[in-house]
Design a protein around this ligand. Structure first.
Ligand code: AMP
Ligand code: MG
Length: 446
């Protein structure tokens, strides 16, 4: 990221705050913070970001999951010729009678990949296979199962009953799949298997995709130990870095692991500078909650235009976002709360789509599933609550959802057991057993 998007961010954040309605009021903890809804935070982030740009050209298969950098125009018509959609007999459709059957003389055979060279006269037809090029002048195919051989099988007389089909049926038109010169795929598409097949159908072997976004990641906290280290009293293993690196990998990011940083402004500054020098985005966890925030906040205030939000959500209230600068370069900082579940949930809620946007992607919105809650769920209006849950098929053909155990923000086990998050919307109140609730499935989310 080379430009300073601070102005856009400030404007977007102001708009988001306005959209969130009244703030929490005079708590000293709220001083300098913005209290906003999950949706308002998402909107503010989206409004601040622009794709980072840059592209590379890759062999077709290597482009799976990457973002198409420019519209891909079809170079040819697909299919290149009118061809048969069925196994049957091709003929000229104006010979069909509306009130009586039609009898035609078969004069040859046409296979896929071997066009018919001869001329076909009125009253004649040719045996044709699916995908074979329609002989010149013929426009209709009667499927084999809709016609009868008339008289002696050796005679080659084919009878079509009255009303069995209409002129022009069962012919695939040249260019009906893709027309030469028209866009086959639009820029911003996250390439899926069918897209690669489509590109191959054009005879194109390489694709130009956006370069991978470089995301530098570190965890903060004096208590954190890295795998392989001994766990002294009062310490915990750094799990966020692994969960977040895995989520970043799934999203196709180029991940730079900057390890664990102690709760020390000088160490934090050094690591931030190293990250800004190398990455488009810095992703941190820990150190943004009220207890830690002061030194982090002062440092970040000196390095950029980071806003500290108290998002009205659970888990995951503290969250900081904005541009940071060092050595003439800038990066976007996303600072997640340290509690392992809060870190992952805020990653899904705010960072996932932001990274796709920075990568130039225009993905479809993730589908929200409606599932029947198997239990009553207590919910306070005025914040979005996300509960770990398992979605499973219900006996009535729909979906049902069960909350997975304790919902403490640090309890990763209930996140690991879950396959989805129940999303209880900002204004929603408690849910009764049997009510439908919104669900974000993990599959597709990461
Ligand atoms: P913090 O947001 O730094 O106040 O951390 C909140 C809680 O999350 C504390 O109990 C931390 O020990 C824990 N925590 C913070 N970072 C991590 C991490 N990377 N891995 C596991 N737990 C963490
Ligand atoms: Mg901490």
């Amino acid at each position: 990221m080379d430009t300073t998007p601070a102005l856009a961010l400030a404007t977007a954040a102001a708009a988001a705050t306005a959209a969130a309605g009244p703030t929490l009021g005079p708590s000293p903890l709220a001083l300098g913070d913005r209290q906003l809804s999950l949706q308002a935070a998402r909107t503010a982030i989206a409004a601040a970001l622009q794709p980072v740009g840059g592209s590379e050209t890759l062999p077709l298969l290597a482009a799976l999951g990457r973002v198409l950098a420019a519209d891909l125009l079809s170079t040819i018509d697909v299919p290149a010729h009118d061809n048969s959609a069925m196994d049957g007999y091709a003929f000229s459709g104006h010979q069909l009678h509306s009130d009586a059957g039609t009898t035609l003389q078969a004069v040859g055979m046409v296979l896929a990949g071997a066009p018919f060279e001869g001329a076909i006269r009125p009253g004649e037809c040719v045996r044709i296979m699916t995908g074979a090029v329609m002989p010149v002048g013929l426009d209709t195919v009667v499927p084999i199962e809709l016609c009868a051989v008339a008289g002696d099988p050796a005679s080659g007389l084919v009878h079509i009953a009255a009303g069995a089909l209409r002129a022009g049926e069962n012919r695939r038109r040249r260019g009906e799949d893709l027309a030469a010169g028209k866009p086959a795929l639009l820029a911003g598409r996250v390439l899926r298997p069918a897209d690669l097949g489509l590109v191959a159908s054009l005879g194109i072997a390489e694709l130009t995709v956006s370069r991978r976004l470089r995301v530098a990641l570190f965890s903060t906290g004096d208590e954190l130990r890295t795998l392989g280290q001994a766990l002294e009293p009062g310490c915990v293993y750094d799990s966020n870095r692994y969960a977040l690196m895995a989520a970043l990998q799934r999203l196709g990011m180029d991940v730079l692991d900057l390890g664990v940083v102690r709760d020390d402004p000088a160490a934090l500054q050094t690591t931030l500078q190293a990250g800004i020098a190398q990455a488009d985005v810095l992703l941190t966890s820990g150190g943004v909650s009220a207890g830690d925030a002061d030194h982090t906040r002062d440092l970040l205030a000196s390095m950029g235009e980071v806003v500290f939000w108290k998002v009205a959500m659970r888990p995951g209230r503290p969250f900081a976002f904005g541009p940071v600068h060092a050595g003439g370069r800038s990066s976007w900082l996303f600072a997640l709360p340290g509690n392992p579940v809060a870190a992952l949930v805020t990653f899904y809620a705010f960072v996932r789509d932001a990274l796709l946007q920075l990568s130039g992607a225009t993905p479809d919105p993730l589908p929200v599933l409606q599932a029947r809650s198997l239990q009553a769920i207590r919910k306070r209006p005025g914040r979005t609550e996300l509960q770990r849950a398992r979605v499973s098929p219900a006996s009535d053909g729909g979906w049902q959802v069960q909350i997975t155990g304790s919902q403490g923000a640090g309890i990763l086990r209930s996140m690991s057991e879950a396959n989805a998050l129940v999303v209880l919307r900002h204004d929603q109140t408690s849910v009764a057993a049997g009510e439908l609730v919104d669900v974000w499935l993990f599959d597709g989310l990461v």
